[in-house]
Design a protein around this ligand. Sequence first.
Ligand SMILES: [Zn+2]
Ligand SMILES: [Zn+2]
Length: 372
Amino acid sequence: MKVMRAIERCRTAALGGHVARCENAACGHTLISYNSCRNRHCPKCQAAASRRWLADREAELLPAPYFHVVYTLPSKLRDIACQNKRVVYDLLMKAAAETTLAIAADPKRLGARIGITAVLHTWGSALTHHPHVHMIVPGGGLSFDGTRWVSSRSDFLVHVKVLARLFRGKMLAMLTQAHGAGLLTFFNTHAGLADKRTFKRFIAPLRHSKWVVYCKAPFAGPQQVLRYLSRYTHRVAISNRRLVAADDAGVAFRWKDYRADGAARWKTMRLHPHEFIRRFLLHVLPKGFHRIRHYGLLASANRAESIATARALLGVAPPAAGQQEPPDSTPETPRVLPCPCLRCGARMIVIEVFARGCEPRWRPEPSRMDTS
Ligand SMILES: [Zn+2]
Ligand SMILES: [Zn+2]
């Protein structure tokens, strides 16, 4: 309900706002802005957060090829994940990260400590429940004595069968342990799984089934990594761009059908509003859940130090201090807007602030509205 209310009220008078006018009197361009909800599930409120996040990450990029690995939770476990979001999503991210770190630490493969940035996505293209973890992994890491940078071969992580097997073992072991510790709850048709033996029988076939781990070709360079990250990190289940039409009878949106090829992949789906909202809300995360996480070298405890060491070993200069900060980064009600006048480029000065639930007192002058 909180998420729904936030999204409904975002950038409307319900949240208040401000009126700004161009300081160039000859121009006088005036703009009403409504405050945003800043809820992390709101499709309108992700752009600013994603820009800030990217600027921070840019300073951490290493001159190495980056791999993109995707770990997917088997469909048989999706309902259990849905009924135990906090626990199972957490284990999914943990199992995927531990798998990648272990493969990298193996002296036969890389023999180094790597850094991982992982993002949890819970949706498929048609808003269905499809939990998977996107992972960005540099092709190299620090030697365990911390004195050398170890570069990977170009096929590092490409042998996904090895990753999939290890991931399967870890995930199932973690799930079994969580069940034993009484951390999982089961409802409806799954209520029977609360019983230890029933649960064991349920997951037994998963020990022999094929789990899906996917490794895309390494990125061409750090810039591609950032562009990629910007598309994935702060995404919500659906972007406003994909919405085609909405009325009382249905919501139409574009979705990608991975079974089709080329341009035919993009299709339009129409759902009853209740079903659309149900699917959207499937992807609301538990309060405080971190869906972007850093592991290994990038884990927060030693992050700055590890990155500095890696950069020194790779012979790259530390990023210039005091990189341009965006002007005024907390402006729900700034005196001067961060963006200049769209018509003449002069500063936009706030001339009125209005409270939640109020409309601005400012009204466009009739002469300006009159187009005749
Ligand atoms: Zn919002
Ligand atoms: Zn102007």
